[in-house]
Design a protein around this ligand. Structure first.
Ligand code: GCV
Length: 854
């Protein structure tokens, strides 16, 4: 008991499951010393239970007690505000409320207060007196969270701050299905467990996680959540489900988070029983108006709608030869009487008819601008076009979508993806803020004037009222929310950037680390280093020079499979052949995509000489021997980058281990497990991609590494009993193109080899195997008679990444046993026990002298 108390007092090492995210309110060092800088009481102005000002009072109370161990008096009954921060409660007070409530009781204070826009707040801290005023209730809560965030980071100094959001739309999109199963399970592209909102076709009875989610989102300034998938089930609008949505909205309301609903365009037909869903048909119009009225009866503060139309098989207005504007306006008009907005996605393309062999000029990247061409002045005022950051689909690097620069009259929101669909699915650490910042800071030079994406989104550049941000987050029931503790920095950064895109990636990270883990300098340094190196490393080992993430685009979007990009109508092409690679998107000879940008930018991308190396293959088709600005050839850059990126990933677990004891064991082990996995999988990426392009181009690696692995023993070259060789598809996903699998699903297999060429000594022994989602095979590694280790093929339960039933780059995994003593001539043996349909597949073993990884 005593030790528990000690742990609680010093705020160290108690097991944590991540549920509170960065809102842990953990006790900080020297907490008692801050007490005289803190208020003694909290006064909330005109607080109503269940609304944000009331919540703000509760959070301040809970937060200050947690962070400093100081219990404040909480007065929630106050109808009117008192003087600037001073209450009747002894010496100091934290007063929180709306500007209107405050001015109501202090009319003379009005002239001292700054201008606030919707959701903005004013915060003043002066010798323990704190005044937190929101332009609206939500703003007051944001102010309280901001104050608590500073306190949690050990900052209780006096200051005043006026903070207004950069843009009004700061939404979250969840791609939650109402039903588990199907191609994507409970949350499409979600890697953190089942939906917190839906189960079995209905809204869950227990929505406590929805409330906790709203709390996290409000603390970073996010103001709405679309809870259901954009691939929407029409049944979301059944009366029973509308009632369920109202319960979700009620769970959000105390945090000022509004609910939005994703719609299926064909609902009037598929749910309403009409024989059409033509957006210009009177019965359809009436159906949407009635349905919208019904929704608002239940949810008066509904934020609005989100619509994916005519994309990837979803119905839309073009089914009836109507324009996208006709489609968007249908919803906009139904929403207008209620003050709602419609976010209409620009992710519109035809995935069935593009053919790269027949048409050199075919290009999916052109689709958004082409489809929205001529519609700029056709949208209702409450339509916001939601545009993915790049023209294809959340790749590791894309140029900013040119559509941002083409919609002048129509409001726009950028769609960012917090869930790491193409970026390692939370099984790889990839901190995304630096990538988002590049897009937000990109200058389109519309009419030759500064035109940064962020200034287009906030409405300043084209003088628009609406606009902003939509983040595809996809949290799930896992207590880590996203499936990985470190991935939560992306959610944090997303919200904070939507509020203030001028924030720096490092600055946001530091805030998040201090609140999530601790302000220990070592913890701060290590997590900052890992995170800041993670996107460049991932880009290096997954797809560089703008070629996109070379993942399996036909299956899980996770492991390497460069060939899957081409030869299909999905249009994520690389056009790699034996001599050359890249998409020619020039106007003079290619798909014309470069010409979709304003002239200055178009001219830059039109020419190889002025295109940055990191987007070269996005815009140009060049020989593998083309020399980059760096002086390297394209192919050598590929080889080097894949080696460099995976080498950086090898440092991650080593660095993380230096934090043992500085972070609670539960989170420490959880993260370590993922970083070890990532280090192994980065090698799978490196070798697959390098092997693939070596095979295609026939050009050797100048440094002699590709295809040359002196420390490896291929499983297919070992003595096999109960195991047999297996040709892996795609070939490059196996070292030497082959693996071994047990001869049947019920008998053990053994692969053994005498280590004649290995000198007696200590080695790291790495084993590459495939962990399919078809069973939990077991492998045992022996050196002589000693069992070095045993492991199970259960990653599908331990990592949230998409499960796969294949022996391929997605399931390829590595386990490493360190410091193994090996005697020259001893026998290395692996015994594989299949389980279910998983035949204990093995690729190779590496016997690695100290300091070498291969
Ligand atoms: C919700 C990509 C994803 C799909 C997603 C789609 C979209 O294609 O792989 O899962 O569908 O984008 O953004 O609509």
């Amino acid at each position: 008991m005593r030790s528990l108390l000690v742990l609680a007092t010093i705020g160290l090492a108690a097991a944590e499951d991540g549920l509170s995210g960065w809102l842990r309110y953990a006790r900080i060092k020297g907490a008692h010393g801050y007490h005289n800088k803190l208020p003694s009481a909290i006064v909330t102005l005109n607080a109503t239970e269940g609304l944000p000002v009331y919540t703000a009072g509760q959070e301040l109370h809970q937060g200050i007690e947690g962070i400093f161990g100081k219990k404040l008096e909480l007065d929630t009954g106050r109808k009117k505000g008192k003087g600037k921060g001073k209450g009747q409660h002894g010496d100091t007070t934290a007063t929180v409320g709306t500007v209107a409530a405050y001015v109501d009781s202090n009319p003379s204070a009005a002239s001292d207060l700054p201008e606030l826009v919707d959701d903005g707040f004013y915060l003043s801290v002066s010798r323990g007196n704190v005044l937190i005023l929101g332009q609206n209730e939500r703003g007051a809560l944001y102010g309280a969270f901001h104050y608590l965030s500073l306190l949690a980071q050990g900052n209780a100094s006096d200051f005043t701050l006026t903070s207004n959001p950069d843009a009004p739309i700061r939404w979250v999109n969840q791609w939650d299905n109402m039903q588990d199963g199907g191609t994507h399970g409970s949350v499409e592209r979600g890697y953190g467990g089942d939906s917190i909102f839906f189960w079995d076709g209905k809204v869950r009875d227990d929505l406590s996680r929805a409330g906790q989610y709203a709390r996290l989102l409000a603390s970073i300034g996010l103001n709405a959540v679309v809870a259901n998938n954009v691939n929407a089930d029409p049944k979301i609008l059944s009366p029973e489900n509308m009632d369920g949505l109202a319960r979700i909205a009620a769970a959000f309301r105390p945090y000022g988070v509004q609910l939005g609903v994703a719609l299926n365009f064909a609902s009037p037909r598929d749910l309403g029983g009409l024989d059409t869903f033509d957006p210009l048909d009177e019965s359809v119009i009436e159906w949407w108006h009635d349905t919208t009225d019904e929704l608002y009866k239940r949810i008066p503060d509904l934020a609005g709608y989100l619509v994916k139309a005519n994309s990837e098989g979803q119905p839309g207005p073009m089914t009836y030869n109507r324009t996208l504007a006709d489609g968007a306006n249908l919803f906009a008009r139904a929403l207008q009487p209620h003050g709602g907005v419609v976010l209409f996605r620009a992710f519109v393309y035809d995935h069935t008819s593009l053919d790269e062999d027949k048409d050199w000029k075919a290009d999916r990247a052109n689709a958004a601008v082409d489809y929205f061409d001529g519609l700029d002045d056709k949208f209702e005022d409450n339509v916001v076009v939601q545009i993915k950051y790049g023209p294809i689909d959340f790749q590791v690097r894309e140029p900013a979508s040119p559509l941002f620069s083409r919609l002048i009259k129509t409001a726009a929101a950028i769609e960012l993806q917090v869930t790491q669909e193409y970026l390692g699915q939370q099984a790889h650490l990839v901190y995304l803020a630096p990538m988002w910042k590049e897009i937000l800071d990109f200058d389109f030079r519309v009419d030759g004037k500064p035109s940064r994406t962020a200034d287009i989104l906030n409405g300043k550049r084209f003088n628009r009222k609406l606009g902003g941000y939509a983040g595809v987050v996809n949290v799930g029931t896992n207590t880590t929310w996203l499936g990985s503790h470190l991935a939560m920095s992306n959610l944090y950064a997303y919200g904070r950037l939507a509020w203030d895109p001028s924030s720096t990636s490092e600055g946001l990270l530091a805030e998040w680390i201090k609140m999530t883990f601790s302000d220990d300098k070592r913890v701060l340094d290590v997590i900052t280093k890992l995170s800041m190196e993670s996107w460049p490393a991932y880009e290096n080992y997954s797809g560089n020079l703008g070629i996109q993430t070379l993942t399996d685009i036909l299956l899980g979007h996770y492991g390497p499979n460069p060939a899957s990009q081409d030869g299909n109508p999905w249009g994520q092409w690389t056009r790699a052949d034996a001599d050359s690679i890249g998409m020619d998107r020039t106007v003079w000879n290619g798909t014309g995509f470069a010409g979709q940008y304003p002239p200055e930018v178009a001219a830059r991308y039109e020419k190889i000489e002025t295109t940055p190396d990191n987007l070269l293959l996005w815009f140009h088709h060049v020989p593998y021997t083309h020399v980059l600005k760096s002086g390297k050839t394209v192919i050598q850059h590929f080889y080097d980058a894949h080696y460099e990126g995976s080498a950086v990933a090898q440092t991650f677990p080593r660095l993380w281990k230096t934090l043992r004891g500085r972070i609670d064991d539960e989170r420490f082990e959880h993260v370590l497990f993922r970083l070890e996995y990532q280090a192994g999988h980065s090698l799978v990426w490196r070798d697959s991609v390098n092997q693939f392009y070596f095979n295609k181009s026939g050009i050797a690696d100048e440094k002699g590494r590709v295809g040359n692995h002196p420390y490896r023993i291929e499983a297919e070259d070992m003595k096999l009993s109960g195991y047999e060789p297996y040709d892996v598809h795609p070939f490059e996903a196996a070292s030497g193109f082959r693996a071994i699998v047990t001869s049947d699903n019920s008998t053990q297999g053994t692969a053994s080899v005498k280590l004649h060429d290995v000198k007696t000594g200590k080695y790291d022994v790495a084993v590459n195997y495939y962990d399919m989602a078809l069973g939990n095979s077991t492998w045992e590694l022996y050196i002589g008679c000693d069992r070095v280790g045993k492991w199970k093929g259960d990653l599908e339960y331990n990592l949230g990444r998409a499960p796969s039933p294949y022996v391929d780059g997605q399931t390829a995994s590595r386990v490493t046993f360190r410091g193994v003593h090996i005697k020259k001539g001893s026998t290395l043996k692996i015994v594989g026990t299949p389980d279910g349909l998983e035949p204990a597949p093995l690729d190779y073993v590496s016997i690695l002298p100290e300091g070498i990884v291969d």
